[in-house]
Design a binder for this molecule. Structure first.
Ligand SMILES: Nc1nc2c(ncn2[C@@H]2O[C@H](COP(=O)(O)OP(=O)(O)OP(=O)(O)O)[C@@H](O)[C@H]2O)c(=O)[nH]1
Ligand SMILES: [K+]
Ligand SMILES: [Mg+2]
Length: 436
């Protein structure tokens, strides 16, 4: 793979469609347009052209063609777009011609965005925001991703990094100019204050975990004894027939997950095997999976049926007791809510409760930290800031305090990619789809 190749890819999804968008980026973009579409149109003006096979002049398709010269393009390079008809044969013919041209090859996953990053068109946190926009399934996820693409995390972390670099500059100046290797009196207090204030802002950002939850979705596990009505409730919430329902106790064995949109918030609802002692090996495995999933869940709905003896709810972060089959028996031991999937009673209230729970745990996209990667970088920065602070306050060696400040700035720099981060890049871009 050469980074100076001209790359091309379908950007509009696979399979037959009305229109298919082919993106081209790199130095050959202009000559490709000349060869296939005749005259190059004015920059950023869509024109209709007949695309032709360069060798024979045979027509390939009628297309809408765009010319977007760098550096004012998405990738920062010369780019062209061909909006062709989306028939499978038309796609194949145009891709075949592009692939046969010299220095021109299909793009790798995420390569357009990688070039945009390398050409300084966006920082790494914005790249992640872009990936999140493409993956966003709910309104709140979309909003959070837009804020990140707009640079909210990038701006915050660049601000912190700048302030740490100022601290570093002061420390190095002290190292150069003081004989005792000491920071001058008044300056030391200023430096300590600056470190403490950056540390406090990062601490607040880390304390808010709603950003990561919003990206990943809130997990709600349906648990209870066999025949409590778990699968029936899952089907009612999903509004389709996802899980098998039957009067046979022990029907569900595997975990069944459904992604729902509750008031714009992403919630993953998990149906599980009924909890009971069982001699059946497969059911035992189902029960242990159910317990494990309940333990990791953000919320467990513990379903209590009218019949049968009371079973112990699994240990979980948060549990709501839901009495099921309210149509059969209204008298139930202390439940948070009564529902009947048969009559529909209580379902609307339950969904309301779930929306409130989700809203409390996920906020409405006010978090800055949205990924484990950001969290780890900021935590490393925090440790370095704490060590730098302790060393200065305890009159430890200035060189070491300066080194810790440098490490803190570096850790924060990884968020936007303002430092050397090849390994981070490979992991990130390989998760992108081709054509992005
Ligand atoms: N009357 C009434 N019956 C219900 C209701 N909800 C579920 N049932 C019945 O209860 C039985 C068990 O329902 P399931 O949804 O399979 O129960 P489950 O908890 O998934 O059971 P397992 O997967 O075996 O643990 C089925 O016969 C359902 O039709 C309800 O609200 N009212
Ligand atoms: K059942
Ligand atoms: Mg079931």
């Amino acid at each position: 793979m050469r980074s100076d190749d001209t790359i091309f890819a379908i950007a509009s999804g696979q399979g037959r469609s009305a229109v298919c968008l082919i993106r081209i980026s790199g130095t050959e973009s202009r000559s490709i347009l000349e060869m296939m579409a005749g005259k190059v149109p004015d920059p950023r003006r869509a024109v209709v052209r007949t695309l032709r096979e360069p060798a024979t002049g045979d027509p390939l398709d009628q297309a809408l063609v765009l010319w977007m010269p760098g550096p004012q393009s998405f990738t920062g390079e010369d780019q062209a777009e061909l909006h062709i008809h989306g028939g499978l044969a038309t796609r194949a013919a145009v891709l075949r011609v592009l692939g046969s041209l010299e220095n021109c090859r299909p793009a790798e996953a995420g390569e357009f965005t990688r070039r945009a990053f390398l050409n300084g068109r966006m920082d790494l946190s914005q790249v992640e925001g872009l990936a999140d926009i493409i993956d966003a399934e709910t309104e709140a996820q979309r909003r959070q991703a837009m804020l990140q693409l707009g640079g909210r995390l990038g701006d915050a972390s660049e601000g912190w990094r700048e302030r740490i670099l100022q601290v570093l500059a002061l420390l190095e100046a002290s190292l150069d100019f003081s004989d005792e290797g000491d920071v001058p009196e008044g300056l030391e207090a200023d430096i300590l204050k600056a470190i403490a204030s950056v540390h406090e802002e990062i601490r607040k950002a880390l304390a808010n975990r709603s950003g990561e939850r919003l990206r990943e979705g809130l997990t709600v596990v349906l648990a209870g004894p066999p025949n409590a009505g778990k699968s029936t409730l899952l089907n009612a919430l999903a509004q389709r027939d996802v899980a098998i329902v039957s009067p046979v106790a022990g029907t569900t064995r595997d975990l069944i997950e459904v992604h729902c949109d509750l008031g714009g918030l992403p919630v993953i609802i998990v149906d599980t095997a009924g909890l009971r002692e069982s001699g059946d090996l497969i059911e035992q495995e189902g029960v242990s999976r159910a317990r494990a999933r309940a333990q990791d869940a953000d919320l467990v709905l513990w379903l209590v049926p009218p019949e049968g003896e009371e079973t112990q709810a699994p240990s979980a972060r948060r549990v709501l007791r839901i009495g099921t089959k309210a149509d059969l028996n209204q008298n139930r031991r202390d439940c948070d809510l009564m529902i009947s999937a048969a009559s529909g009673e209580g379902l609307r209230e339950l969904i309301g409760r779930l929306e409130v729970e989700a809203g409390t745990l996920m906020g409405q996209g006010d978090a800055i930290v949205t990924r484990e990667r950001h969290r780890r970088a900021l935590e490393r920065a925090q440790s370095s800031l704490e060590r730098a602070h302790a060393m200065l306050a305890g009159r430890g060696p200035l060189e070491l305090a300066a080194e810790e400040a440098r490490l803190a700035a570096r850790a924060i720099g990884e968020i936007t990619g303002r430092v050397d981060v090849e390994d981070v890049l490979d992991r990130l871009f390989s998760s992108f789809c081709i054509g992005k």
